[in-house]
Design a protein around this ligand. Structure first.
Ligand SMILES: [Mg+2]
Length: 236
């Protein structure tokens, strides 16, 4: 019976401080859209709408739709007019953030080894970005050519972390048996919560985010030990 390992991206595969990354991202995006609104107003709207999207639990809205519905009135421009600008931004400006991730080749080695051992791979990154931005970040850790079975992004998901509905949607869409899955991540509340669905959990140490009161991971250790650890957690 097949086994699946789900990987978080930021702070897990990608050696990136998410706070620093978001700060630089907001600076770039604000400057890029300065013809639409003053950068401070524009980035404040992005924060607010991102939080609204994360909080949204209406299953009839994709994350993209939830974001757009909240963002449009804040900025006062039709979303259809702004979206192509975001796509341009991700092609032209977003790759400049690459320098913020300090890569050492471990992610590629770990993913290749899991794949060779027959594990299905799912990228379970918080789906608040469009696919193009996620694929660009995968490139930064040489993980863009890994045979991903599924990648969660803003257009194919209706929920975000830390909500359990996010993991339930992955399970449903991919037809998974949670008891045959391991979730690997660096965030105790956002990633280890998959445990309550019956998945095994592995906390990647190094850039751990823990707001307190989260579930105890089944195992913890460096990213490099994931291939060994998941065999221990879910033996064939
Ligand atoms: Mg993370």
């Amino acid at each position: 019976m097949s086994r699946t390992v789900l990987f978080d991206l930021d702070g897990t595969l990608l050696n990136l401080d998410i706070e620093e990354f978001l700060r630089h991202y907001m600076r770039l995006v604000g400057a890029y859209f300065s013809h639409v609104a003053p950068p401070e107003k524009f980035t404040r709207a992005i924060w607010a709408s991102t939080n609204a999207m994360i909080a949204n639990l209406d299953p009839s809205l994709t994350n993209h739709e939830a974001f757009a519905a909240h963002f449009e009135p804040l900025v006062g421009r039709p979303w259809e007019e702004m979206w192509p600008g975001f796509m341009d931004f991700y092609v032209k400006e977003f790759p400049r953030l690459r320098g913020l991730s300090k890569e050492d080749g471990v992610a590629f080695r770990v993913l290749s080894q899991c794949s060779r051992s027959g594990w299905n791979l799912i990228l379970a990154t918080n789906p608040i970005f469009p696919e193009i931005a996620i694929r660009e970040r995968l490139r930064w850790c040489d993980a863009h050519e890994i045979p991903w079975k599924f990648i969660t992004h803003i257009d194919n998901m209706h929920f975000c972390k830390p909500h359990l509905q996010y993991y339930e949607e992955i399970v449903r869409v991919c037809g998974l048996d949670p008891s045959r899955c391991v979730m690997v991540g660096n965030d105790v509340q956002e990633d280890m919560v998959a445990k309550s669905l019956g998945m095994k959990t592995y906390l990647v140490e190094g850039l751990v985010i823990d707001r307190g009161g989260g579930p105890e991971p089944d195992l913890r250790g460096p990213l490099a030990q994931v291939p060994e650890a998941i065999e221990k957690l879910l033996p064939l």
